[in-house]
Write a protein that binds this ligand. Sequence first.
Ligand SMILES: [Cu+2]
Length: 456
Amino acid sequence: MNNRRNFIRTAGATMLGATAVSRVGAASLPEAVIQTSPDMQPPLIPTTGRPYNPVVTLNGWTLPWRMKNGVKEFHLVAEPVVREIAPGMKVNLWGYNGQSPGPTIEVVEGDRIRIFVTNKLPEETTVHWHGVLLPSGMDGVSGLTQPAIRPGKTFVYEFVLQRSGTFMYHPHADEMTQMAMGMMGMFIVHPKDPRQMKVDRDFVFLLNAYDVDPGSATPKVNTMLDFNLWTWNSRAFPGIDPLVARTGDRVRIRMGNLTMTSHPIHLHGPHFEVTGTDGGWIPKTARWPEVTTDVAVGRMRAIEFDALAGDWAFHCHKAHHTMNAMGHDVPTMIGVDQKDVADKVRKLIPDYMVMGERGMADMGEMEMPLPDNTLPMMTGQGPFGAIGMGGMFSVVKVRDDVKPGDYKDPGWYKHPAKTLAYEYTGGLPNPARAAGPTADKTTLIVRKPMGGHEGH
Ligand SMILES: [Cu+2]
């Protein structure tokens, strides 16, 4: 993760593009800060406006603002971007201010904000402030509450934040295309009193998904469910930052789901509570402990837990969502002896290799040549070998010696003596098994229809 100085340098280096936008728009437009690094940027500590405890965006950043006569002004630029999904794969997306997802917008309950939205896309767009209480005419639904923002035009949204919580922003104009292309961002409204809901670390990210054919670079926007890249903030593991904390820290993770399916998000190790939903915070007396929370479509969830030392897997529990670019039309070959057929195929295709005979775990470390610009199905090395997950997966890394405000990867956990699973090296006597049926050549491996299914 970059330090703050790097962050400012990055922002400065790209100011040329921002200046060009200001000239096209009006002289009064606030600067449109651009960020192109996929690394997590440090929390943006507010130097103007009301104080708050900032969030950190997984593989992302927070949009700076300027104060003008007591109004907090932001400038979003909707534009085509290139996002590195993980090392080895770059995808053409649409986003805001250099990235997809766009920058996190952080504001405070009671703030009056003015957001300038400049459209540099080839088609019209709008911005809908998902979950935010505001006047109907600021809600950003093209045709219903406003005319669409045509290419080259800038619109202004202005409203007062009435309730704190975790929200999102995304277009409501040709939204099927624009969300499939990555147009989205998080919108965090902090409580007016910074002591309310205070935590030591506050992470945010969006659940999103793309369908990019291996070897190509632009998502298929008509895909409804069969995506092949399941991502957090348009990044797939091992391209996703770890969530670093110090032992005992109170940690919050806020998630928003803008995919077309739900994601049961599961944390190993510490139990958590859901403390925030779409409409704001849950009172203490109404919370219950969980290890998995289902984040349904269009929803936001905030979870909180007390950090325990270790490397804790954190992932979507839909198994396909912890895989990277790969078709799903692969037959299950577990237990099928492919040797004969492999020998025959190799006469025609010398490099042919059998797949999946012992499960798919071999795919994690295989070195089969991949098409250009795609990711292995599972990838990433841990301290004990290949990690059998990709996609919507990261690691919550908790250490005793992490300093406040330090988010850099501490490396792998060193397990204290006698706390690591180990190999049993004693004898393995054959277990006594009860007699049971065994399959032979005449065994039918199908269940016969038994009737009684009328009316299904
Ligand atoms: Cu999922």
